[in-house]
Design a protein around this ligand. Structure first.
Ligand SMILES: Cc1ncc(COP(=O)(O)O)c(C=O)c1O
Length: 386
């Protein structure tokens, strides 16, 4: 009997989420409204820092765009980020007419290399955009230090990083200008599509709120016009349509409550993989610093020199065994748009290139049963041990 295909990722949606969505559907208020506001409040409460503002958006891409726009990034500016990321991290810089400067990763952590960041700074550099790759915090003390010394803004791409910690503090509460989480279907909590921009910068928050909804500055308008009727608003800028619906926020409200349990399950699966693969010709995922937490959004392995088969073949064999795998990421320097626009060659990014050629991502999600985890372990072991 052939076993069911084990997909690479699956969301965990329970009766609580379904009931909350149904409640929204019955309420008559399905777009941005009370549940989006509550989701923002619950998110800041989770982060535990009263100085933070949370702005719910319909994707992390939207949140990153809004953060950079609010910081005034525009034509002539440069933003430094990692080549080893999803294109969303970098594309938002181009939305604003600014330029992306891609740098290499630290091969130990697969996160952006702070030394490469410092070496890439020019008089045009305005911001650094680190990604907490796979759910492991980037070297934020070093990056924030560089930013401070050079007068640069820092926007964190925390799409993978809920509930990652760095130096004991949750990502989202660090000393950057803004931090953006993703609630895409495969993330550690999901709203189908969605994201959250968090910041302590009141001006950034106000601008992002305005630009999230067509540049309609109703909140500011209210402040200046005490007797404003309900229909009145002022358009103060050509904004975007980036608001999160209450249908999506309903999912988020319940998913956030389950985050701690989700995290426990992810950690247990990562630990089971670590134990099962310890003696194989693999580079296992880097561990967080002592006392810190990895969100384990992704479990990325790299085939070591002694591995009996190459990455592409390995993924094919996993697929033949009924197990979905992926690759995070095809680095940006290999994609035609980024390669051609900035005349990039792999030799500029030796660590990302080498990691890419050997890496694959195994299934890791809360709905995996212990038998699913054992099946992945046994299949990987059989392929690498023969
Ligand atoms: C590193 C990174 N940044 C940004 C994004 C964009 O997130 P979203 O799909 O919520 O726009 C993703 C999505 O997978 C991602 O992996």
């Amino acid at each position: 009997m052939t076993r069911a295909f084990l997909p690479f990722a699956l969301p965990e949606i329970g009766e609580e989420e379904i009931a909350e969505v149904v409640d929204t559907l019955r309420s008559g208020w399905i777009t941005t409204g009370p549940k989006s506001k509550r989701f923002e409040a619950d998110f800041t409460a989770f982060l535990g820092d009263a100085a933070l503002q949370a702005i719910a958006v319909n994707s992390a891409t939207a949140g990153l765009h809004l953060a950079l726009e609010a910081l005034g990034i525009g034509p002539g500016d440069e933003v430094i980020t990692t080549t080893h990321t999803f294109t969303a991290t970098a594309e938002v810089v181009r939305y604003l007419g600014a330029d992306v400067v891609l740098v290499d990763i630290d091969p130990a952590t697969l996160n952006i290399d702070p030394r490469a960041v410092e070496a890439a700074i020019t008089p045009r550099t305005k911001a650094v955009l680190p990604v907490h790759y796979a759910g492991l915090a980037a070297d934020m003390p070093a990056l924030l230090g560089i930013a401070r010394r050079h007068g640069l803004k820092v926007v964190e791409d925390a799409a993978h990083a809920l509930p990652t910690t760095c130096g004991g503090a949750l990502v989202g509460t660090l000393a950057s200008d803004a931090c953006v989480f993703s609630f895409y279907a495969n993330k550690t909590i999901t709203t189908g599509e969605g994201g959250m921009l968090v910041t302590r910068d009141a001006a950034l928050a106000e601008r992002a709120r305005t630009m999230r909804l067509h540049g309609m500055n109703r909140d500011a308008f209210d402040r200046f016009t005490a007797t404003v009727p309900a229909w009145a608003y002022a358009v103060v800028a050509p904004g975007f349509k980036y608001n999160l619906t209450d249908i999506a926020a309903a999912l988020g409200l319940q998913q956030l409550k389950r985050l701690a349990a989700f995290q426990q399950r992810r950690e247990a699966i990562a630990a089971a993989y670590d134990a099962a693969f310890a003696d194989l010709p693999l580079v296992l995922p880097p561990r967080p610093a002592p006392g810190d937490r990895h969100a384990w959004h992704l479990y990325v392995i790299r085939l070591a020199d002694g591995a009996p088969l190459a990455r592409d073949r390995f993924i094919e064999r996993m697929f033949e065994a009924g197990i979905g795998c992926s690759v995070h990421y095809i680095p940006l320097h290999l994609h035609p748009y980024w390669r051609d626009r900035y005349k990039l060659v792999p030799a500029q990014f030796p660590h990302s290139q080498q990691a890419y050629e050997r890496m694959l991502t195994l299934p890791l999600y809360t709905r995996m049963s212990d038998a699913d985890v054992a099946r992945v372990c046994d299949t990987v072991r059989a392929l690498l041990r023969g």
